[in-house]
Ligand binder design. Structure first.
Ligand code: SAH
Length: 267
């Protein structure tokens, strides 16, 4: 797969939205923006409203069964999704996702999967959401940002794209840092410090950088960072911590069996 500016398969996000003018928005800035400009990835925003067929260009209607709010119409969304796929032989719509609070919660594992998928189509809902039948008819996967309700899928789509784009080759200035980040080893990240090494806060308290980070001793720095990452994960995320411990135990057993498995040493 070629992510290069001239390659035929640049990672592409196709976003179906009632608000195409929201894009690229924040994605047009900083790392993602530069990468977009350099052709490392491509963005196609599709205005759902252009697929409305009645004279009022309506894209939504009242819910059957009653209740508050409006529902996005299946016929309009179907036309938009079908057009997005393009003619046979075109790269198509790739993995097709409806951003929705009912979906699988986005995590770094899914982000990595999507980064390895050349085309991702993202349907952004508004109002109460979309007619269920269009999800079934198009086999849309549902992906959520978390257990809260947004007013529309656009911000969720932007988050997903941002997380994917920074994983594409050539986007991050220092790709070596990627392997160290939160979630990479199933741990949250260790704390960071920069100059000045002693900083006086607003209350006059002198706050120093941990000595080990100034020691120049790489092995000790590495061990301190791992210990901090473990401490923070254990304190803040029992869910991640129990998974990490299980992996560590399994790897510990494997060290005995296979002799040379990499990973944290058993205690
Ligand atoms: N009635 C729906 C919420 C609709 S919010 C419910 O109770 O589940 C309107 C749109 O915002 C949704 O169609 C979806 O596209 C988007 N959205 C809201 N919360 C989201 C979340 N946590 N993750 C991803 N998309 C979300």
């Amino acid at each position: 797969m070629n992510h290069g500016a001239t390659g035929p398969l640049v990672w592409t996000a196709k976003v179906l939205t009632l608000f195409p003018e929201m894009f690229p928005g924040p994605l047009g800035h900083s790392l993602a923006g530069k990468a977009l400009e350099n052709g490392v990835w491509a963005l196609e925003s599709v205005d759902i409203r252009t697929f409305a067929r009645d004279k009022h260009r309506s894209v939504d209607d009242a819910p059957f069964g009653g209740g508050a709010g409006m529902v996005m119409r299946p016929d309009v969304l179907d036309a938009a999704l079908t057009a997005t796929a393009g003619p046979p032989g075109a790269p198509g719509r790739g993995r097709a996702i409806y951003l929705s609070p009912r979906g699988r919660v986005l995590d770094q594992e899914l982000v990595k999967e999507l980064a390895a998928t050349p085309v991702v189509t993202l349907l952004c809902g508004r109002y109460e959401g979309v007619d269920e039948r269009v999800l079934d008819a198009h086999g849309l996967e549902e992906v959520s940002l978390g257990d809260f309700v947004l007013s529309g899928g656009e911000v969720a789509a932007m988050c997903l794209i941002d997380a994917v784009v920074r994983l594409l080759p050539g986007v991050m200035g220092n790709e070596a840092t990627a392997g160290e980040e939160s979630f990479e080893r199933g741990l949250l990240e260790y704390p960071h410090y920069t100059r000045p090494s002693v900083w006086t806060d607003g209350q006059g308290v002198e706050r120093s950088v941990p000595d080990v980070l100034l020691s120049g001793h790489h092995e000790k720095v590495r061990a301190w960072r791992l210990a901090e990452a473990e401490r923070i994960t254990r304190a803040r995320r029992p869910d991640l911590w129990s998974r990490y411990e299980a992996v560590r135990k399994a790897e510990g057993l494997n060290v005995g069996k296979q002799g040379r498995r990499r990973g944290p040493k058993p205690e």
